[in-house]
Design a protein around this ligand. Sequence first.
Ligand SMILES: Cc1cc2nc3c(=O)[nH]c(=O)nc-3n(C[C@H](O)[C@H](O)[C@H](O)COP(=O)(O)O)c2cc1C
Length: 177
Amino acid sequence: MIYAHPHSRRSSANRRLLEAAVTVPSVTVHDLYEHYPDFNIDAQAEQRALQTADLLVLQYPTHWYSLPPLLKLWIDTVLEYGWAYGPNGTALAGKHLWCVTTTGGLRDSYSVEGIHGHAYEDFLLPLRQTARLCGMSWLPPWVLHGVPHLDTDALLTWSTHYRDQLTRYPTWITDSN
Ligand SMILES: Cc1cc2nc3c(=O)[nH]c(=O)nc-3n(C[C@H](O)[C@H](O)[C@H](O)COP(=O)(O)O)c2cc1C
């Protein structure tokens, strides 16, 4: 799991989800902002770490309908031509990609009538196509909406759900590509 939160200590949702994820024995968590405070990503080390994974989880808070900057830089740096795509670029082919993200906006605000004007999934199109270009299987994203409206009990429920999903991987996978 690649975890990217610029201010993880101030997080209410992602931090709790992360705490749940680290308890799952089959999951290796990689905290990008902790590991690369200088944004100097080691592409080869990242590529080596990815090689043994069946599932790549990207967990992050939504920032301006997109990824936090270090996660975008991670994609730019690690998914190299000839490794992730292009000639012989098959290192990620066949792996699952699961996007797990949180929003401040409520679910209803992500619609044509809502303040954000689009379904949330519309904003994931670049990431989805990135997965496709790399031959990865795109899993139905998990978007936890309206974080400011979630109390401690709700966050605990979602964290438990998340831990269960990770524990039961890959039993809940249906082909969604
Ligand atoms: C720079 C920045 C940009 C944000 N952009 C969005 C956005 O585009 N859509 C949205 O619904 N929430 C947005 N938010 C709210 C965050 O998504 C929300 O605070 C976060 O998901 C809560 O998770 P956390 O408790 O782990 O920090 C933004 C927050 C920040 C700081």
